[in-house]
Design a protein around this ligand. Sequence first.
Ligand SMILES: [Zn+2]
Length: 146
Amino acid sequence: MARNLEKQDERCAICGCLLNRRKGKYGKQSLLGRAHASKHQYVAERFFGRSGNRKGTRRLRLFEKCPWGLEGEYDVFCYECHEILLHNPVFTRENILVFADLVKQKELNEARKNRSNEKLGRRVQLQHEVIELGLRTLKSKSGCNP
Ligand SMILES: [Zn+2]
């Protein structure tokens, strides 16, 4: 009897599609590949000095403690929402100019790099603030309750 490796009705946390865990299908240009289950950490492991896909690799630690209290926590998405949507946010030239202005206003700019990565960590937090405010604004415009 074949062992069922799929969780019953496991769905993508963003688009809600029915996920699968069929071996060898991840990322393939097929319905199974596009809907393959994929774990994504809310806050990247690299921010805590680790690499999830390169075990043993040490990176510069950005945060001693997770600013959002989500270190190690994750959700499950389809291949498309994880690899295409979450990993490739679009920033237009104007978006970058406005973000750079905010960075400068908050004195998070760096004329020259030094050994500290504190400003980078604070830029990561600023970027998250932008996303959170954007989500709240769009949600309130759509008439949904927070
Ligand atoms: Zn999805």
